[in-house]
Design a protein around this ligand. Structure first.
Ligand code: NAD
Length: 487
């Protein structure tokens, strides 16, 4: 297939080589609406080749010592860090996120993912118990599982893909990764560094393409015993169904409808800027973003006034401008979906206090066709409204009032999701009490998005199955065996 010279054309990375594909799909630059690159439209054939390469590489890779693997992961981290600016520019162009966010969050975290698991793999221990009366010792041993299938979303492309690749290969597995078809460029750039880092051919294979074709071929492949997936709850249901006949091990990191609870003793000088960030960072396209803000009635008016005034200060525009706070949403379809929620809220009688449909957005000449939206704050929304129940995944947040602690816990828990909650209060007893009762895999009090990668990450209810983190990822990416020795 002939492509225009100016256009970036990606190739699959299989067995240590870039391999062209017979057909391609367009991937857009969300801030201009123009085609940014051509992405292989891979299917069964390409997945088959990648799984074979990963299977062939498994015996050698899995027999390397943790220290050898650790050194290679560290080298890869150094190489990505060396090219940080090029990766950040590409991520911003491909995803629509601001260059500042890509430079300070996405790419540094991708580097850290490799460094973190390079270190943590050196420190795991297994268990041992004695049963003196039987003259026995029991111990556990852990071994890599085989070929891991890794499927990631478009919101934090390299950040989330490396959060899977790093632990999988640190544990001695080989992988076939499938990034989102909408944001494939930084995964392709990473592939160019693997050989220099010393990653043997076939250890990391990347197959690009859609979920329906490439993703599903990976999920259904009989030689891929585990799938680590981050994405929507709907896709996870499909993956669960498709993988069930093979009894695959699944890790599912899914959507959220995250509450922030602001008690009347909260420090608003900390709470307001942090809650603006938790609502609108990365265009609200983070699974951990706040989309329901419950404010105690005594401070509701003051909170709302200050929150809306500060939301209006967030600058929306060209993501490559370092002074811009909000870039473009991932696609035209997604922008329309996010906008439709605001319209539904208005139709139900809610008040849109700033943003979509209320304020006007002036865009630079080159961004007129981009998928931009102003940070939007909606008040007086009913708890049963779809805006308060469904994941919107854009720069839209709802603010509602509450009276008592008991009431707000019940209301915060009254959604199908359970990923991340935030509690704002200066009463230490209360923050512990409320945190314990929220149905949420993560609870931040008086802060947001402060992570220690050692500890479990993941959601309850429709937000996921399983956890990721130092110990959790190690357990997921290894098979445990209990061995009993009679002496
Ligand atoms: P998505 O489910 O549409 O796609 C995610 C990935 O799955 C993509 O690579 C896609 O191609 C692939 N896919 C789609 N259908 C598939 C199928 N049938 N079989 C196999 N693979 C398939 O999600 P998205 O729109 O890319 O991402 C947004 C969603 O991800 C939101 O719901 C967000 O909350 C969630 N998310 C969760 C976390 C978390 O850690 N919990 C982090 C980031 C994003």
């Amino acid at each position: 297939m002939a492509h225009s010279k100016a256009l970036l054309v990606l190739e699959n990375f299989i067995g240590g080589k870039f391999v062209p594909c017979s057909s391609y799909i367009d991937s857009y630059n969300p801030s201009t609406g123009d085609v940014y690159c051509k992405v292989p439209d891979s299917g069964k054939e390409e997945v088959e080749a990648a799984v074979k390469a990963a299977k062939d590489a498994f015996p050698i890779w899995s027999s390397k010592s943790p220290l050898e693997r650790s050194q290679i992961l560290n080298k890869l981290a150094d190489l990505i860090e060396h090219d940080l600016e090029a990766f950040a520019q590409a991520e911003s162009k491909d995803q629509g996120k601001t260059i500042t966010f890509a430079r300070t969050v996405d790419i540094p975290r991708a580097v850290y993912n490799f460094r973190f698991f390079a270190s943590s793999i050196l420190h795991h221990t297994t268990e041992c118990t004695e049963m003196a009366i039987m003259g026995c010792v029991h111990y556990t041993s852990r071994a890599p599982v085989g070929v891991a299938g890794l499927i990631s979303p478009w919101n934090l492309p390299l950040y989330l893909l490396t959060w899977k690749i790093a632990p999988a290969i640190a544990c001695g597995n080989t992988v076939v990764a499938k990034p989102s078809e909408m944001t494939s460029v930084t995964a392709w750039m990473m592939c160019k560094l693997l050989e220099k880092a010393g990653v043997p051919h076939g250890v990391v294979n990347v197959v690009f393409g859609t979920g329906a074709k490439a993703g599903e071929a990976l999920v259904c492949h009989p030689d891929v015993p585990l799938i680590s997936f981050t994405g929507s709850t709907l896709t996870a249901q499909r993956i669960t169904e498709k993988s069930a006949p093979h009894c695959k091990r699944l890790s599912l990191e899914l959507g959220g409808k995250n509450p922030a609870i602001v008690f009347d003793d909260a420090d608003l000088t900390q709470c307001i800027p942090t809650t603006l960030r938790s609502s609108f960072a990365n265009q609200g396209e983070i699974c951990l973003c706040t989309s329901r803000i419950f404010v105690q009635r005594g401070i509701y008016s003051e909170f709302l006034k200050r929150f809306v005034a500060e939301a209006k200060e967030w600058k929306v525009g060209n993501p490559s401008d370092p002074t811009v706070d909000v870039g473009a949403l991932i696609s035209k379809e997604h922008l329309e979906k996010v906008r439709s929620y605001v319209k539904k809220a208005q139709a139900e009688g809610a008040r849109v206090l700033c943003g979509e449909g209320v304020d006007s957005l002036a865009l630079p000449a080159g961004n007129q066709k981009g998928y931009f939206m102003l940070p939007t704050v909606i008040a007086e929304v009913k708890d049963e409204s779809c805006c308060m129940q469904e994941e919107i995944f854009g720069p839209v947040t709802c603010v509602v009032a509450f009276d008592t602690e008991e009431e707000v816990i019940k209301r915060a828990n009254s959604v199908k999701y359970g990923l991340a909650a935030t509690v704002w209060s200066s009463n230490v007893g209360r923050v512990h009490r409320v945190a314990q009762r929220l149905q949420s895999g993560l609870v931040w009090t008086n802060c947001w998005l402060v992570r220690d990668l050692n500890l479990p990450f993941g959601g309850m209810k429709a937000s996921g199955i399983g956890r990721e983190g130092a110990k959790d990822s190690y357990e997921f990416f290894t098979e445990v065996k209990t061995i009993t020795i009679k002496h």
